[in-house]
Design a protein around this ligand. Structure first.
Ligand code: C5P
Length: 237
């Protein structure tokens, strides 16, 4: 499948511990984005109740929970997050095949089934950082290895940097879901993201979902920015 399966592939990252701010942002961009992403900042501060309020808005929700623990514990966490009605959640591929299979098996018990995707290598880690934690392989080789392991373990896709989209698509095929952060409209501030692509470039490279935070949430007019990004993507397709 390609990005065409999502009429609008942009999931806006609601990176805030403030529920009213998150709801205000979501209301501003509803109809202009394809979904909402909540991560550890939101989830740790606001818990299941906050997640439920986001799910209740009716847009697809990606819970960026990044589970990484023994299979039994991840299975329990997968049951809990699946029970909150999110559409996508994730685990760290480095947790191993049994852990990923446990998450996928729990997800399969829900109707509709949430998609389970894996973080391969955090985009904040350099080759030197990987070496320092005992991973001799360069990041790209590790991404390809872990994406393949994620697929073999029954997961639906991975999160990867825009630069790795082609590599993962090649390794895992057309049906595999590729979710990418590190997306910046031309001229937008990079913040702490280094290896970025524009929304049009990321979609052309084969991304299915673009997670975009600050360029939208930090804009003076989030709705106008989300609309401009949607127009750019439509033109790129
Ligand atoms: O504000 P910005 O567009 O940089 O937000 C990107 C979002 O994607 C944030 O929620 C961040 O946590 C998430 N993310 C990332 N890099 C990863 C995984 C997730 O930037 N490797």
């Amino acid at each position: 499948m390609t990005a065409a399966r999502f009429a609008n592939p942009v999931f806006v990252a609601l990176d805030t511990p403030d529920l009213s701010r998150a709801l205000e942002l979501a209301a501003a961009v509803k109809g202009l984005v394809g979904g909402l992403k909540i991560g550890l900042e939101f989830i740790t501060a606001l818990g299941p109740e906050g997640i439920g309020k986001i799910v209740a808005l009716g847009l697809p929700v990606f819970a960026d929970v990044k589970f990484h623990d023994i299979p039994n514990t991840v299975a329990g966490a997968a049951r809990a997050i699946g029970g909150l009605g999110v559409d996508i959640f994730n685990v760290h591929a480095a947790g191993g095949a049994a852990m990923m299979r446990a998450a996928a098996e729990e997800a399969a018990k829900f109707h509709p089934r949430p998609k389970v995707i894996a973080v391969t290598v955090l985009t904040s880690l350099s080759d030197t950082d990987l070496e320092s934690v005992g991973q001799a392989a360069p990041a790209r080789a590790q991404v390809a290895r872990l994406a393949g392991l994620s697929k073999a373990s029954g997961l639906d896709g991975v999160v990867c940097s825009p630069r790795e989209i082609a590599l993962v698509r090649e390794a895992c095929g057309a049906e595999f879901l590729i979710v990418t952060p590190g997306v910046r409209p031309a001229g937008a501030a990079l913040g702490d993201q280094h290896r970025v692509m524009t929304p049009g470039e990321a979609v052309r490279a084969g991304a299915d979902i673009l997670v975009i935070g600050r360029p939208i949430t930090g804009a003076a007019d989030p709705a106008a920015t989300a609309r401009a990004i949607a127009d750019e993507i439509a033109a790129a397709r």
